[in-house]
Design a protein around this ligand. Structure first.
Ligand code: FAD
Length: 503
């Protein structure tokens, strides 16, 4: 191990005293993300302003053999943006928050990655009649950054059912490699190319190795994303789905969502709240409008957008025809009558639903997250898995004041859905070991029993992927080889996927 004092002095010279700290209080405040189980206290916290400063910090980290963990908004739910174990440098990127270029010839926006999604959306919405980047980013977008979203392969609302994960909108990056070199990916890798406009060309898609990498391959500093005009017209409806004689409500909902996707209907977003989650929302009056609407089963809501009123009406007719099934009751049009689709679109529900989800268990509770991409047809199997898992683990959950496991599903892509779930627990710190074991067990059962494709790899999920044996030895060796080539001194985010520990 190198010297923390040496590193601190050198970094302070680069970034300045105001933005470099070894104070225990500051370091402690960077030791956790939004889960209440995983913790690692860094030695140094630094808040750089430029890519050049990051490059110099990484060179120092290599010389002093100190690990570095990039952090955006710190809204990760699986322990990604803090050290695994104590020690190291946390690099807070939120001072790098400028919109650098809005290119209305190519419809591309280039930003510094520390900008939050909500700040970016706000800025874009005021230009001419308004723009956005396809989706509006994760539901944590009030604090989560573009860099965090691209590193976590994030999905969210505000257009994701139509445009996909945020990484799919990325056309190029500026990245500081673990050894300090700064590179561009995408069209800008050709230094004669004036503006970024595509990720592909010039050989392999090297942006791809930094997208969803949870900061193991490099530190993203700038990103270029597609731009779309804000839709002029929007419509939304919400349904209460109950079980009938032959089908469970989950099967009815899955059939509707699958048909919507297969027919390629212009769904901007759609969300499905399982019966259990809907019960919680209504029982505790968390969403009063649902309780007032006398909701009996599970909830499905959608939003669709168009460029004219005529086109909108046409979309609504087609979408609602598929949804006009027995046991699907359409709620009233207003938010007060339970129209969550309208709330989602008009009152920024897209950035609020998850706060309700993670806040369900009250101030002393939390939900240990598991988030994955799921073939739409497979959704009923996830319901069964959650039910089975909760039954098997009821006793252990009760012992630690846990309230079971639940999830919601949403359109995160034109052809598959997302299952965002969690394990509701009482966040008593004395039970962290049991909480961790239960959480990991749930993740591994998703990976092994249903081939789950998780995307926030953080600390726990990346390691569970390796521990479950899901990765073939050849694939895992390929990951190790790539990591070794990029980061020979194992300084960047070591321990994720156990990388840096196994070479
Ligand atoms: C209430 C709530 C709602 C949420 N909703 C969603 C949702 O809808 N969809 C979703 O996908 N997630 C969601 N999340 C999880 C998380 O907030 C997101 O994944 C988000 O994108 C993280 O962004 P961040 O800036 O906070 O990243 P951080 O937590 O700071 O970092 C996330 C990971 O990326 C790495 N990283 C960060 N910046 C960089 C960079 N510039 N270069 C390299 N690596 C970097 C970190 O090391 C870490 O591994 C939610 C979390 C909460 C608490």
């Amino acid at each position: 191990m190198g010297s923390i004092e040496n590193a601190y002095e050198k970094i302070e010279d680069i970034v300045g005293t105001k933005y470099t700290s070894i104070s225990r209080v500051i370091c402690y405040s960077y030791s956790m993300n939004c889960d209440t189980v995983l913790q690692g206290i860094p030695d140094i916290v630094v808040r750089p302003k430029t890519s050049q400063e990051i490059s110099e910090i990484l060179r120092i980290a290599n010389q002093e053999q100190i690990r570095v963990i990039p952090r955006g908004g710190g809204a990760d739910l699986t322990g990604g943006s803090k050290p695994i174990g104590d020690g190291g440098i946390v690099l807070d990127l939120t001072r790098m928050n400028k919109v650098l270029d809005i290119d209305l010839k190519n419809y591309i926006v280039t930003v510094e990655v520390g900008i939050s999604w909500s700040e970016l959306c706000k800025k874009l919405s005021t230009i001419e009649s308004g723009y956005y980047t396809g989706s509006t980013g994760p539901a944590s977008g009030f604090s989560a950054t573009v860099g965090g979203g691209l590193s976590n392969n994030s999905v969210g609302g505000g257009g994701a059912a139509m445009y996909g994960n945020v990484t799919e909108q990325c056309v190029g990056l500026e990245v500081v490699l673990p050894t300090g070199e700064i590179i561009y990916t995408g069209a800008k890798a050709n230094s004669f190319c004036e503006k970024p406009f595509t990720r592909f060309g010039l050989g392999p898609d090297y942006s791809g190795i930094f997208l969803g990498d949870v900061g193991i391959h490099g530190i993203k500093t700038k990103a270029s994303l597609n731009l779309y005009p804000l839709p002029e017209y929007a419509a939304y409806s919400t349904y209460d789905i109950t079980t009938n004689k032959t089908k469970r409500e989950i099967t009815i909902a899955t059939e509707v969502m699958t048909e919507w996707q297969h027919r390629g209907y212009p769904l901007h977003d759609f969300y499905y709240y399982t019966e259990g989650y809907t019960k919680l929302l209504t029982m505790f009056q968390i969403k009063k409008n649902l309780a007032n609407a006398n909701v009996q089963g599970s909830i499905l809501f959608y939003t669709t957008t168009a460029n004219s009123q005529k086109e909108l009406e046409h979309n609504v007719e087609k979408i609602e025809k598929v949804a006009s099934k027995e046991n699907m009751r359409k709620l009233g049009d207003t938010i007060g009558e339970g129209n969550l689709g309208k709330w989602f679109y008009e009152e920024n529900g897209r950035w609020q639903w998850a706060h309700i989800y993670w806040g369900l268990y009250g101030p002393e509770g939390t939900s240990l997250g598991t988030c994955l991409k799921c073939p739409t047809y497979q959704l009923p199997e996830y319901v069964k898995l959650y039910e089975k898992w909760s039954n098997v683990n009821t006793k252990k959950l009760w012992e630690i004041g846990g309230g079971g496991a639940n999830f919601i599903a949403f359109g995160c892509h034109p052809s598959y859905i997302d299952v965002t779930g969690g394990l509701a627990i009482h966040s008593d710190p004395t039970n962290r070991k049991v909480q961790f074991e239960l959480w990991k067990d749930m993740i591994i059962s998703q990976i092994k029993e249903l081939g789950g494709i998780h995307y926030w790899m953080g600390e726990i999920i990346g390691r569970s992927l390796v521990d479950s044996g899901a990765l073939t030895p050849e694939y895992y060796n390929f990951m190790i080889t790539l990591k070794k080539a990029l980061d020979p001194n194992k300084i960047l985010s070591p321990g994720k996927f156990y990388l840096g520990e196994k070479y």
